[in-house]
Write a protein that binds this ligand. Structure first.
Ligand SMILES: [Zn+2]
Length: 343
């Protein structure tokens, strides 16, 4: 098996684990003969073995452009090796993250164990003892694309091979796929923390509230923890914790007041100029989602339940600002990703 086949196998494994990757999130890459093969925007890692999801990007011109802070680094389409890209795929919005690391293999995941630390206001201090044995760096939140790549390049040392991206996720890098997978496992194990189990949803109450409205109880039972666990609810309602949540589910979550219509709870947040939330928490009862919820949005709702189940009552989280939220939904590269089929 060659390294590309090994990378596809690792990508499919990681993509099938909801604790590592949700929907089209996360991406992997391989640098070979001056070309970086990177997951295409909007494709799913879990499909890595059955579909062509990798795009060839010319590495040197991209690195030169990054040095100049060239706007072409925003979506990286100028660097695609069109002679090798028969499907016309577009590179991941996180291509510059992969190019910035000199290692041959780079794996980026939205690991819930990592995110549950990375959303904390004290993330770097809390992570330091847990990651002391790794050459790691903490990168404060920046919008993916050029701003994130610039911040990474500022903080990288020659041997850095683990990055925790604030309010975002994890990056590991190595010279071989096997070494990258081993490193990923080691880092995730170092970050595992306690998880709360939540009371079950009150499905009859949710069905009644959804009746005649464009909502239905969340299809994945684990999602209801966001509303049935008081600590998860308190943390989730503080705001948007990471970019893919905003992109797929709008700003944070809406929480209904007693006897309030779920739609009006969502509109209250939309009226403040933030992207209207799609996820409606009914305290103590469970979660309603729009009937037209995509598989990607469902995976993101599950991710939020998984992340907040790992946050304690007294953990102070850092949420994205309204400007952060609007920068994500108004970003052209992100609109392209959204325009692709949902699975
Ligand atoms: Zn990411």
């Amino acid at each position: 098996m060659d390294e590309m086949a090994r990378l596809k196998a690792l990508s499919a494994r990681a993509g099938a684990d909801p604790r590592l990757v949700q929907a089209a999130g996360g991406n992997t890459s391989l640098k070979q003969d001056g070309v970086m093969w990177i997951k295409a925007s909007g494709t799913w890692l879990r499909h890595a073995q059955e579909r062509d999801i990798f795009v060839p990007v010319a590495l040197e011109p991209l690195l030169t452009a990054l040095d100049r802070d060239d706007p072409a680094c925003e979506n990286c389409t100028d660097f695609v090796r069109t002679d090798l890209n028969s499907l016309g795929l577009r590179p991941s919005i996180e291509t510059t993250v992969h190019a910035s690391l000199a290692y041959r293999i780079v794996v980026h995941v939205h690991c819930v164990e990592t995110i549950s630390w990375a959303v904390r206001a004290d993330a770097e201090a809390m992570l330091a003892p847990r990651l002391a044995s790794f050459p790691w760096a903490f990168i404060p939140y920046r919008r993916p694309g050029r701003p994130l790549a610039t911040e990474i390049r500022k903080r990288l040392k020659a041997d850095t091979n683990v990055l925790v991206l604030g309010n975002h996720g994890l990056v590991v890098a190595a010279e071989t796929v096997a070494a990258a997978e081993a490193l990923l496992g080691d880092v995730v194990r170092a970050l595992v923390g306690p998880t709360r189990a939540a009371p079950a949803a009150d499905l009859p109450a949710l069905e009644k509230l959804a009746g005649g409205r464009p909502y239905e109880p969340a299809g994945d039972p684990a999602i209801h923890a966001l509303a049935t666990d008081a600590v998860s609810l308190a943390q989730a309602r503080r705001g948007s914790l990471y970019p893919d949540h905003v992109v797929f589910l709008g700003a944070g979550i809406a929480v209904t007041q007693p006897d309030e219509d779920p739609g009006s709870a969502a509109r209250r947040i939309g009226l403040s100029g933030r992207p209207e939330p799609k996820l409606i928490a009914i305290p103590g009862k469970g979660v309603l989602l729009p009937k037209d919820t995509t598989p990607a949005a469902l995976a993101m709702a599950r991710c939020l339940a998984d992340v907040t189940a790992r946050l304690g009552e007294d953990d102070r989280v850092r949420v994205l600002t309204r400007d952060d939220e609007l920068a994500l939904v108004n970003w052209d590269a992100e609109k392209y990703r959204q325009s692709l089929p949902a699975s």
